[in-house]
Design a binder for this molecule. Structure first.
Ligand code: TXA
Ligand code: MG
Length: 329
């Protein structure tokens, strides 16, 4: 294992020698963390069951929570899964980008990768470093978010280092990620219906625009459909101090506490406010939420207050989902 795994890499033009080093490590079955446009991923050869088991050990991830398989091109998918016409259409419209498709798996994908399910989740990230890495490997990369299980997803290499520094061979550091929340997970494995399992960078509105009325698009009820996306069962994204939500006009009761704030609106009072991170839009709020939670929790406060978006469309739907879970349900 490297003494210091952080390797700076140009986000747009990755050095081929660095990519070759990372590829060599992955070929040996080692773990390499890499940037995507959403969050950093903890990568291993998706077709190597032993390498994938290392991901679960490093993260402390429950065995029944499958990981996403990252590809370099839509052409890589037919080898891994059954591609329906609708899936084809969605790949053409959204890839490369933050849409993960759950499809019926082919046997080549080890059961470790899909946690025993008959389906596999696939996505083609749009980050140049992720693309260069997967293309150079020649095999797909299984990669969950590169955090310890239950912690906020890492949007910067330093956060990967904090959570997993001693458990990875290499961390490709390309600076902060652009979107900041994980990809949209869409179940396309059932004929005639698409189910949104996790809100993310690809919005329900944009998906509807592409599919028209060819198939039904349903939202997985929070909790209700959770068995279909095992990851949604677990408490996630939790900072290590309580997170209180500022919904509508109801500002949380703070009393004498020292607190920190993250959000778009200006807090209505500032007694005891120690630190704040303000965004100008929901997009900017999404991009900084996880890094803000990590920064604010270590600023010596008793709690964090987070602004709850008043709408549940576009990226705000994903923000609401992550905030709800970070606040504990
Ligand atoms: O943006 C992202 O998606 C990032 C980057 C690294 O690509 N990855 C990520 O992976 O967020 P992870 O493991 O943290 O979240 C994957 C989600 C989990 O909720 C998991 O349960 C779900 O996708 N998932 C994976 N395979 C599935 C399957 N076959 N059926 C249903 N849900 C699945
Ligand atoms: Mg995750």
């Amino acid at each position: 294992m490297n003494f210091f795994p952080l390797s700076p890499v140009d986000p747009l033009n990755p050095d081929p020698r660095l990519i070759a080093r990372a590829t060599e490590a992955l070929r040996r079955g080692a773990l390499v963390a890499f940037p995507t446009e959403t969050v950093y991923g903890l990568g291993a050869n998706a077709l190597d069951a032993r390498a994938v088991r290392r991901i679960f050990e490093a993260k402390g991830r429950p065995q029944d929570n499958p990981v996403i398989v990252h590809v370099a091109s839509p052409d890589d998918v037919p080898r891994l899964a059954e591609v329906t016409d609708v899936a084809q259409m969605l790949m053409r419209a959204f890839w490369p980008g933050p849409l993960t498709l759950v499809l019926v798996s082919k046997p080549v994908v080890p059961l470790e990768t899909r946690a025993g399910l008959p389906t596999v989740a696939v996505r083609m990230p749009s980050h140049a470093v992720a693309h260069a890495l997967i293309a150079a490997c020649g095999f797909p990369l299984a990669a969950p978010s590169a955090n310890r299980s239950g912690r906020p997803s890492p949007t910067e290499a330093e956060a990967v280092w904090d959570d997993l520094g001693d458990r990875v061979e290499m961390i490709l550091d390309a600076g902060p990620t652009a979107i900041g929340l994980e990809s949209t997970v869409l179940d396309a494995s059932v004929p005639g219906v698409l189910t949104l399992l996790r809100a993310g960078g690809a919005t329900a509105e944009a998906i509807r625009d592409v599919i028209g009325n060819r198939v039904e698009l349903q939202m997985a009820a929070h909790g209700g459909e959770a068995h279909r996306s095992p990851g949604t069962r677990y408490r996630h994204y939790a900072p290590n101090v309580p997170l209180l939500l500022w919904e509508g006009e109801r500002f949380p009761a703070i009393g004498e506490k020292r607190w920190a704030y993250v959000g778009v609106r200006r807090p209505v009072f500032s007694d005891g406010l120690v630190r704040e991170r303000r965004a100008k839009s929901f997009e900017e709020y999404a991009a900084m939420l996880f890094s803000a939670l990590r920064e604010l929790e270590s600023s010596g406060v008793d709690c964090i207050v987070a602004d709850w978006p008043q709408e549940e469309s576009g990226i705000a739907r994903a923000l609401c989902d992550r905030l709800r879970r970070a606040a504990g349900g």
